[in-house]
Design a protein around this ligand. Structure first.
Ligand SMILES: Nc1ncnc2c1ncn2[C@@H]1O[C@H](COP(=O)(O)OP(=O)(O)O)[C@@H](O)[C@H]1O
Ligand SMILES: [Mg+2]
Length: 261
């Protein structure tokens, strides 16, 4: 059984990439076979994993366009024992190049069908929009969508639009799609605002919200510039502890086991 999750929110800077990269690393550390798919032309997930964008021969762009198989575009990260389909700036053009193509929303799903049995988890890092790239990710996401929510003013704004998109994709393209969880990010327990936002999100979404809250932690923002997940950059930081706990919670939710087992 492979769990494919899209990590999506059309707002930028809410922690999608940080969550995708660090969940991938901790899932791999738990012994899971994990593939991270970078679907953002900014390729932040790829560089956060230490991949040199300039040296790439193939990327998620080529996979979407059907130039290469997903297997061919997959790189192995030896150190972390994980796999990644990196992105490249050219991906920005894919939205336009795919217009008029048959079954353009299914490109990623189709490309991943041959890959699914190789992995326990596939995480897809989405761009900050609800365009064709995100729709491709949602269509491929048999496990559902994970929504990072930044604990800041106006956090809930946009979530209605996002959940509506999820509903549309579910109706038309991927009947298995659901919101598997909301992840509170950049949480600061010392500020009233963070607490209010968290309370409001929980009030709205109830048990869909992950118990683990990711704190605002400077270590998490430093790690990408060293091309490392927090797991190796600062494992004992609050951010490291949070993503470790979040990975355990995701496994528990996906596989139906206790997170403390
Ligand atoms: N919990 C956190 N604490 C501190 N900084 C964070 C945290 N999560 C993300 N960041 C930083 O905030 C910025 C936006 O995060 P990112 O994951 O790139 O968001 P998105 O992918 O949604 O645009 C990045 O500079 C990242 O390093
Ligand atoms: Mg991002």
């Amino acid at each position: 059984m492979t769990f494919i999750y899209a990590i999506a929110n059309q707002k930028g800077g809410v922690g999608k990439t940080t969550t995708a990269v660090n969940l991938t690393a901790y899932l791999a550390a738990m012994g899971k076979r994990v593939l991270l798919v970078d679907m953002d032309a900014q390729a932040n997930a790829s560089s956060s994993m230490g991949i040199d964008k300039a040296a790439l021969e193939t990327s998620s762009y080529d996979v979407l366009l059907g130039n290469v198989t997903a297997a061919k575009a997959t790189l192995m990260n030896e150190k972390h024992k994980l796999f990644i389909i990196p992105s490249s700036p050219g991906l920005a053009a894919a939205e336009i190049e795919l217009v008029g193509e048959m079954a353009r929303e299914y490109r990623l799903r189709q490309a991943l069908t041959t890959e699914a049995e190789k992995y326990d988890y596939i995480l897809i890092d989405c761009p900050p929009s609800l365009g064709l790239l995100t729709v491709n990710a949602l269509t491929a996401a048999t496990g559902g969508v994970l929504i990072p929510v930044q604990c800041e003013y106006l956090a809930l704004e946009g979530l209605t639009q996002l959940t509506r998109t999820v509903q549309l994709v579910k109706q038309r393209l991927n009947p298995q799609l659901s919101v598997s969880g909301l992840i509170l990010t950049m949480y600061d327990s010392r500020t009233a605002l963070s607490q209010q936002v968290a309370a409001e999100v929980v009030k709205f979404f109830g048990e869909q919200v992950f118990t683990t809250r990711v704190p605002r932690n400077v270590r998490l923002s430093e790690a990408p510039s060293y091309g490392q997940p927090i797991l190796t950059y600062a494992p004992s930081s609050p951010g490291g502890a949070a993503y470790k706990a979040l990975a355990a919670e995701l496994v528990a939710r996906s596989e139906g086991t206790s997170p403390n087992a």
